[in-house]
Each structure stands twice: as C-alpha cells, then as structure tokens.
Design a protein around this ligand. Structure first.
Ligand SMILES: NC(=O)c1ccc[n+]([C@@H]2O[C@H](COP(=O)([O-])OP(=O)(O)OC[C@H]3O[C@@H](n4cnc5c(N)ncnc54)[C@H](O)[C@@H]3O)[C@@H](O)[C@H]2O)c1
Length: 343
C-alpha cells in the first residue's frame, strides 16, 4: 500500500515507517520536525533534496517537511495516490497539556481536523490514529478493556478523545474507515539500535532512567509516592515500540470503509515507577539515584491494558512483552547514541 505517515520522524512513527518499508509498503513521511529527527527517517525514504528535484512529487515516497496546520502544504503532500494515512503527529506531554491546553487543542484537534479535511479532498479513505490510554482517565477496572468509559483527566487525553469522536462521525457521514489505537506506555528501541527514543526535553520514564544510568542526569524524580498502589508510585503498562509498529500494519489491513476499529495496545502487566527504576538498575548494572518529587496534575494512579481484543481479532502477538527486554533494547540505543540523533 501507499501510506502517508504524519509524525513519521518521531519516536513511534519512525519505528512504524521502518516496518512498513520492510513489509514492502511505500511511505511518505509528513513531519514539521518540531520533535522529530530527519535521521530517524529510514534512508529508503528520499529526503528534501529529492523532493526539490521533483523526484517525489508524484507517487508515494519522500520526507515532506510540513505542518498539519499548513493546509496548502498538506494538500500538496497528500496528493500522491495514498491508500492510508497513519497519524502520529501530535503534542504528547500530559503535564504540558495542563499548563498550556491551547497548544494541545490547536495541534491535536485542529491539526487533526485539517488532516481529515485534506484526506476528504483528495479521496484518502482510511486512517490509523495514535490514540492513548490517557483517554480513559482514572480506570474503574484493571486491566482496561476498550469499552471502558473514556473520561480523560488531562487536556492531552481529552484532545485524543475529541479526534476519536470526530473519526466516528466522519465514518458515518463520509464513509471514512479508521482504526484508533490506544497505546499505553511506548518504550524500547529497535533491537539493532539504529533508531530509538530522543525527545527534548525527555519526560518518559524509561529514557529518563537510562539517562541517569549514563550519568547524563543526576537523578530520577519520582512524581508522587502517595498513590493507592502497593509501593505508592504510579503504575503503567509498557509496550515495546516494535510491537506497536506491528499492530499498525495489522490494523491498516483490517480497516473497512465507513467502519471504525478501536484497540488497546499494552502487555497487560503493570509496573510501578520504583519497579521500572529497579529493572533499569538490574539491566544496566548502574546506580540510578532517585528522589521523591510532588505528584503531577493529570496522572492517574494506574493504567494497565487489556489487549485481548486485538490479539483475538487481528492476531497481534507482542514479540517483546517483558519489561527487562524492553529496557535492554532501550539501553542499547542509549549507550550507542548517548546524544540521540545528534550522534
Ligand atoms: N510515546 C507514548 O508512550 C505514547 C503513548 C500514547 C500515545 N502516543 C501518541 O503516539 C503518537 C506518537 O508519539 P511519539 O512518542 O512518537 O511522539 P514524538 O513527539 O516522538 O512524535 C511526534 C512527531 O510528530 C511531529 N509533529 C508534531 N506536531 C506536528 C505538526 N503540527 N505537523 C507536523 N508534524 C508534527 C513531531 O515533529 C514528531 O516527529 C502521538 O500522537 C502520541 O500522542 C504516544
């Protein structure tokens, strides 16, 4: 298939792009490089030089530098005979979304609606959307099934849910086919360490802990120890980024016109912040100093997925379900790229 990938230079998008190319799909990445990295886009995807030379203006290849808000640029980039859009581009920090919700509504809701409008205009009828466990809010049951009420407690989760709702209405009215994938905590890196996670600032626990193991930060801050969990710290479900990538291909192939799919993606096992730090100490053999800091607004105590639905319906089977392996692959990336893509 010809696949248009927004945010394909980012952490999860770049791993999906790599797998799409390996599986024989043609890919065009659309990214403003605000958070993403040119070097994260596989070399099989031609760069801007090729675009300027006109070699990627038709057909599906190419890294297009552009913003979701730029309708003209988006229309130009999408005009390439695409079968499917995978939509990763978004702002993704829970804490920041509580301090600056406008930034999140603008990019994650308005930007996504511009993308959906551009898709209608050029006749692309299929989308895989990166949604989030943050759409559930504080869960009433663990593990969380897909039909659990969605009541976000932070602006980030709300913006993801808003676009999920838009997709459902667009399916009914315009025949759009979609899959919304609710990731729990993405972690790990490509096992060959060619690509991995590189955010600035980094807020995700696994890379933060590994940066401390490398001596790049003095200590890890544990945000809150008074949660109703066995050790008082937040519990999350970590899923390997390559397993997420596999799920995208399965979901893309399962989409039908006018219908929507929704799947959780996690491993069904929760680990507390303290357990993740312990795992990283074991895997790296390094000391990782940690301090207690105040809890952050918008953090639910526990998020653990039931991914039984995607396993049953699409045959998704994670290859790297255990936390030690997830941390090991991330550690390989961080050791070989201590300065991320600047190396
Ligand atoms: N990382 C996780 O654990 C996690 C969990 C749940 C959901 N998600 C969702 O998955 C998606 C990818 O997350 P990630 O961790 O890879 O994030 P990321 O920041 O690494 O990647 C996002 C990419 O989108 C690009 N981008 C952002 N706004 C853009 C815009 N307006 N126009 C064009 N490009 C734009 C950025 O440059 C970046 O390359 C996001 O939608 C995020 O909300 C991530």
């Amino acid at each position: 298939m010809n696949v248009f990938v927004t945010g394909g230079a980012g952490y999860i998008g770049s791993h999906v792009v790599r797998l799409l190319i390996e599986a024989g799909h043609r890919v065009r990445v659309y990214d403003n490089l605000s958070e993403g990295h040119r070097a994260a886009v596989p070399s099989e995807v031609p760069g801007r030089k090729a675009q300027r030379a006109g070699r990627t203006r038709s057909g599906a290849g190419g890294l297009f530098e552009g913003d979701l808000m730029d309708e003209a640029r988006l229309a130009e980039a999408l005009d390439g005979g695409f079968d499917c859009v995978m939509h990763f581009a978004a702002h993704c920090y829970v804490g920041e979304s509580m301090e600056n919700p406008q930034k999140y509504y603008r990019n994650n809701v308005v930007g996504s609606l511009r993308l959906a409008a551009a898709m209608r205009k050029v006749g692309v009828g299929r989308i895989v959307f990166s949604s989030s466990a943050a759409t559930y809010g504080v869960p009433r049951e663990i593990p969380i099934p897909e039909d659990h009420p969605q009541q976000p407690i932070n602006a980030y989760g709300q913006t993801k849910l808003d676009f999920e709702h838009a997709l459902a209405y667009y399916a009914g009215a315009y025949g759009l086919g979609y899959a919304t994938l609710r990731y729990f905590n993405a972690a790990g890196a490509a096992p060959d360490a060619a690509i991995g996670e590189d955010h600035d600032p980094e807020t995700h626990l696994v890379p933060v802990v590994l940066q401390a193991a490398l001596g790049q930060r003095q200590r890890v801050e544990i945000y809150g120890t008074g949660y109703p969990t066995p050790d008082g710290t937040c519990i999350r479900d970590y899923v390997h980024v390559c397993d997420l990538a596999q799920a995208h291909i399965l979901a893309m192939e399962a989409i039908e016109p006018g219908k929507g799919l929704a799947y959780n993606l996690g491993n069904g096992s929760g680990y507390s912040v303290r357990e993740v730090i312990e795992t990283a100490r074991r895997v790296t053999g390094r000391e990782i100093p940690a301090d207690v800091a105040p809890p952050r607004p918008g953090d639910p105590p526990e998020l653990v997925a039931s991914s039984e639905k995607i396993t049953r319906e699409l045959g998704w089977k994670p290859q790297y379900p255990d936390l030690d392996t997830i941390v090991e692959t991330a550690w390989r990336w961080h050791q070989s790229h201590p300065d991320g893509y600047r190396d």
